[in-house]
Ligand binder design. Structure first.
Ligand SMILES: [Zn+2]
Ligand SMILES: [Zn+2]
Length: 303
């Protein structure tokens, strides 16, 4: 059996990290260190003071549990112990009930209608998932929300938050970073016969699947064009945008077309191969955006 005192330089495997959190005393230690951090800032706390806070009499037993948290969650300095950055984040999530609590809201009608059938949009929050649909069960929106963000919120506020988090996740995925674990994600746009924006994390189970128009909505030029036509993300619900559903026309672009799209957009660069040209319409106006193979908007032209 490895000695935790000598094992702390190795990078712990994920299963080891969860095992380290498997004992109530260790969660109490994280809790006490969080409280200390809140009161005293980043200064470490001594072994005896920490043991008193946690309320474990047996110093050998306490040291054993404290050592299980070292390396990943707790660091030892000359003056005592404190949370690592990871420890602070994990402790915050556990204490906020992110992994344990479950809040239910709705179903209730929102002040919005389904673009497919015209009936009121209906939102529900169950087990951390915010789902918006309608009487005809048209899927309008779905995203997860942390439990601690839903405890004192109205259903409409939770929907707004879920939309904000979803679009932050899209922006973060386009930057190549997972919103759940901060490891790298790969984004794809499919092909013209089956377009869609997808992001998959290399490390954790996080997945993002949405219409090909999602990466357009976070592009400043497209957002400006939408705003000029009366639609603003976060003021209007995402399913209310006229082209977010199935109304976008999607074509492949070969290298020569990509060049002309680049010229039209004056100075934007276009990646090699795999681009898609997406045309969206609001009222009588339309806009064409060129997406590279990762879903980043590389050129925008009003038609
Ligand atoms: Zn509907
Ligand atoms: Zn991840």
């Amino acid at each position: 059996m490895p000695d935790p005192e000598t094992d702390t330089d190795d990078e712990p495997a994920p299963a080891d990290a969860f095992a380290a959190l498997s004992d109530p005393v260790r969660l109490d230690i994280l809790d006490a260190l969080t409280e200390h951090h809140r009161d005293e800032g980043h200064d470490p706390i001594g072994f005896a003071a920490l043991r008193r806070r946690v309320g474990v009499r047996d110093s050998g037993r306490f040291r054993y549990h404290l050592n299980q948290l070292r390396a990943r969650f707790v660091e030892r300095t000359d003056d005592g112990y404190r949370l690592t950055a990871t420890g602070a984040r994990v402790a915050g999530a556990i204490l906020a009930g992110t992994y344990t609590e479950s809040v239910s809201l709705g179903p209730a009608e929102l002040d919005s209608t389904c673009p497919f059938c015209g009936t009121p949009a209906v939102a529900t929050v169950r087990e951390g998932q915010c789902v918006v649909s309608c009487a005809e069960d048209h899927p309008l929106f779905s995203w997860h929300v942390p439990a601690n963000a839903t405890t004192d919120a109205t259903l409409a506020e939770v929907v707004d938050l879920a939309e904000l988090l979803a679009f932050q996740a899209i922006e973060q995925a386009l930057a190549g970073v997972c919103t759940q674990c901060y490891d790298s994600v790969e984004t794809t746009v499919g092909d013209p016969s089956e377009p869609g924006f997808r992001a998959a994390c290399d490390t954790c189970p996080a997945r993002l699947v949405g219409p090909i128009t999602f990466p357009l909505l976070v592009d400043p030029d497209v957002a400006g064009w939408c705003r000029a036509h009366g639609y603003t993300l976060r003021e209007d619900h995402v399913w209310e945008f006229p082209f977010v559903g199935d109304d976008a026309s999607v074509e492949a672009v070969d290298a020569r077309d990509a060049e002309s799209a680049t010229d039209a957009a004056d100075g934007c660069t276009t990646a090699d191969g795999g681009e898609l040209v997406v045309t969206v319409a609001i009222d009588d106006d339309s806009l064409t955006a060129t997406l590279d193979a990762d879903g980043r908007v590389v050129a925008v032209a009003e038609n």
